[in-house]
Design a protein around this ligand. Sequence first.
Ligand SMILES: C[S@@+](CC[C@H](N)C(=O)[O-])C[C@H]1O[C@@H](n2cnc3c(N)ncnc32)[C@H](O)[C@@H]1O
Length: 218
Amino acid sequence: MADGIWEAVDRYFLDTIVGQDAALAEAQRAAEAAGLPPISVTAAQGKLLHLLVRIHGARRVLEVGTLAGYSTIWMARALPPGGTLISLEYEPRHAEVARANLDRAGVSGVVEIRVGAALETLPSLEGPFDLVFIDADKENNPGYFQWALRLSRPGGVIVVDNVVRGGKVADPASADADALGVRRMVDLIAAERQVAATAIQTVGGKSYDGFLLAVVNG
Ligand SMILES: C[S@@+](CC[C@H](N)C(=O)[O-])C[C@H]1O[C@@H](n2cnc3c(N)ncnc32)[C@H](O)[C@@H]1O
């Protein structure tokens, strides 16, 4: 199976049921025009995050890794009235592009972007959050997951993107720093009685990867 067919199928569902509007498409165009790396979630994945926020009835959402705010917009649009989202981003330039995108999408009133290294901004946050989406530098995933646990309410949902790393995650000999970050986080989750978790491999417009889904035991 080639990436081409995965892209074509993603495109088919995008054109039929995913429903990406002009503001979301423009957010991707603005990110590209500003020279940001093309590493956001796909539209299908963005819609999945949107649906998770809705299914869970999440009112307070935390995101680690904003980039141009593409996933942020999908999740912010799923919030109920009074809901809020905090997104953490290291690069001031990314945050600037994201803020303009959030404005265009009409969600800047419910989203706050905090600029800085997430391990330094996380301690200043007050929980509890209903849903946390982790999608920043994978090396720091263990620290991000520990913070997500600390800041989540009982029953809270934690989603971690890009946990497959082209299969390197399952290779104990891999020296890839990102895969090692994911493996250390998985070890931590495996030893943690406070969460129930699974991981799903995915293919699509961004090739082969996967995400981890966890719920904090009540
Ligand atoms: C994969 S992108 C996020 C994509 C975004 N969630 C989306 O799907 O639209 C990862 C982002 O994390 C940011 N990042 C990297 N290291 C970070 C750190 N230490 N603290 C906070 N953000 C960081 C990067 O600058 C980048 O914008």
